[in-house]
Design a protein around this ligand. Structure first.
Ligand code: COA
Length: 260
């Protein structure tokens, strides 16, 4: 991986620990962070040594939103371009063919909540806070929040959170389906790593096919979705990992998968 100004990256046994590193601004997403996130996910996509990613924040925030100081100076045209840039980053994370787990260590507000929602799974610290405060700033969520939040928590709950701009804690976020698991702050990263290690012990080609089937299916109706599933099954079914996985089961031994 090349060096980044606003990101820290460490490969721990095939699990990429990616930290947004602008703690003085609570990791707010400015154009530089968005560009660097886009670049590092391109690197991760083609790096066979990184099998899963844990995305977290340095310091007391996950990400406290898009950078308000930067946005306050933008024209309408530039503001729209900034949102499209952010949307593209979220889309890249959502569609990368590797599992991405958000380890939400603190504030996940606005663009931070949207970033967490673009990840496959959200683990949160008991101290994490979630919300979409944009209407209080005179705008709306612009990095996909109006679309991903209702898909995760339902239409009414998404409107409750977006219209009221209220900030909620981790347990409440879990109760509405915005977060999958909550841990004491000191255990968050270790638990995320433990789960990532479990996932990377499975057939990578199968995990990425499952990711694509779930994501593509949720964008469409059920009959089209099950067609996606059938198509997504073809690559793993034709893979060496399928032969290894099924043979290992029949031989009562652990499978050793080789796909990237
Ligand atoms: N954009 C730019 N800078 C931000 C930021 C953001 N979204 N969120 C926090 N910061 C900066 C603050 O301006 C402050 O910088 P300073 O030290 O130079 O003054 C620094 O991060 C620390 O934040 P501060 O507000 O002092 O911390 P706090 O603990 O009192 O409050 C929050 C924390 C998260 C409640 C508060 O920072 C906040 O409301 N942030 C904005 C959240 C938001 O509306 N996000 C959506 C944007 S679309």
């Amino acid at each position: 991986m090349k060096n980044y100004n606003t990101l820290l990256f460490e490969n721990k046994d095939g699990i990429g620990i990616l930290k947004i590193n602008r703690p003085d601004a609570l990791n707010a997403l400015n154009a530089e962070v968005l560009t660097e996130l886009s670049e590092i996910f391109d690197e991760i996509a083609t790096d066979g040594d990184v099998k899963a990613v844990i995305l977290t924040g340095e310091g007391r925030a996950f990400v406290a939103g898009a950078d308000i100081a930067a946005m306050s100076k933008l024209s309408v045209i530039d503001g729209r371009a900034f949102m499209i840039k952010g949307q593209a980053v979220m889309q890249k994370i959502e569609t990368i063919e590797k599992p991405v787990i958000a380890a939400v260590n603190g504030f996940a507000l606005g663009g931070g909540c949207e970033l967490a929602m673009a990840c496959d799974i959200r683990f949160a610290s008991e101290k994490a806070k979630f919300g979409q405060p944009e209407v209080g700033l005179g705008i709306i969520p612009g990095f996909g929040g109006t679309q991903r939040l209702p898909r995760l928590v339902g239409k009414g709950m998404a409107k409750l959170l977006i219209f009221g701009a209220e900030i909620i804690g981790a347990e409440e976020a879990k109760s509405i389906g915005l977060v999958e698991k909550v841990f004491p702050p000191e255990d968050l990263l270790a638990e995320a790593e433990k789960f990532a290690a479990l996932v990377v012990s499975k057939a990578p080609i199968a995990v990425s096919a499952a990711k694509a089937a779930i994501n593509n299916g949720l964008n469409t109706d059920l009959p089209t979705g099950v067609n996606f599933e059938a198509e997504a099954l073809v690559a793993p079914f034709g893979s060496a990992d399928r032969i290894e996985g099924m043979t290992a089961f029949l031989e009562k031994r652990a499978a050793a998968f080789t796909s990237k």
